[in-house]
Ligand binder design. Sequence first.
Ligand SMILES: *Cc1c(COP(=O)(O)O)cnc(C)c1O
Length: 367
Amino acid sequence: MKIPLVDLSAQYAVLGAEIDAALKGACERSQFILGPAVESFEAGFAGFTGTKFCAAVNSGTSALHLALIAAGVRPGDEVVCPTWTFIATIEAVLYAGAIPVLTDVDERTYCMTPEAFSAAITPKTKAVIPVHIYGYPCRMDEIMRIANERGIAVVEDAAQAHGASYAGKPAGSFGKAGCFSFYPSKNLGAFGEGGAIVSDDADFIAKVKRLRSHGESERYIHAELGFNMRMCGFQGAILGVKLPHIAGWNDKRREAGAMYRKALADTPLTLPPEDGDKERQVYHLFVVRAPKRDELREFLTSKGVGTAIHYLKPSHKQPMWTGLFGEHPLLPVSEKLAEEILSLPMYPELGAEQIEYIAGCVREFYS
Ligand SMILES: *Cc1c(COP(=O)(O)O)cnc(C)c1O
């Protein structure tokens, strides 16, 4: 059996006609940059994340970059981030001219803990970026309490967590800003690059909207140094068609997650964290920790099962980091994770038969 890590064609097979019509409409109306389809998606996505406002941009990386600038992060400021994340989190801090202060993560949830955040605060700390990694929400009540006490801006990296929630409140709705990616393989994916910033603060979103479009306050008046980070019209049209389905797709991911748990219970794998009392996850990825990881990966490949390693190195071990800053002190959990983690196939259309097959392969490997 051949099972890909993600199957991007499955959704087009179902929504193809609607997507084609939305694209044709955008072509006919020449809505190539921003425009009504993007605006209507922004309104819908703010609703989905339980926030008041949304600004659509050209990637999740841009979303983080602009959110940090709009939150007042300036060169020399410190921004606390988990080392265990996709590198874009760290890049965005550096683009803003600020200094990423890296923390280790929780051994069970792989998220930055409130304790690690608290310990990393200095008088220079301007912002913190909790990353809801793999679609599992960070402990946002405590993170918000600490940040509010110290006057630190919270910019959530929810690029993997569309629809996750903590204590019933959506990921991305806690801080000053929630940043999302619509990279094609994310839980809500565009057919190209895309991202969004959500917030309850009208002035903040107005600032982000200026920044994404050359700092324009009115046509050809450039009030501040901005960027070209607008969402393209086609992506807004496609995302508008997909948005009504994201909740159902997340439910399917959660069902697949539950099936995996049963099927893999008697294997030596460490499974992803269960939902907590407050945490509702959306399984952007299904990440296990595996003894003899590299051999297992090879074996699964030989059996037609697609896998990946998210991520090969924690941020502080990346050549980019060591090239800029030299060796970083040990962050033991993340360094251990890099040697053990393996992402198994996960997408809404993944069925019971496929999960049984994958679990059978895993058992065969360890027996
Ligand atoms: C995907 C991702 C990003 C960046 O999003 P792009 O749209 O690819 O720029 C940032 N942070 C995390 C955690 C991600 O997974």
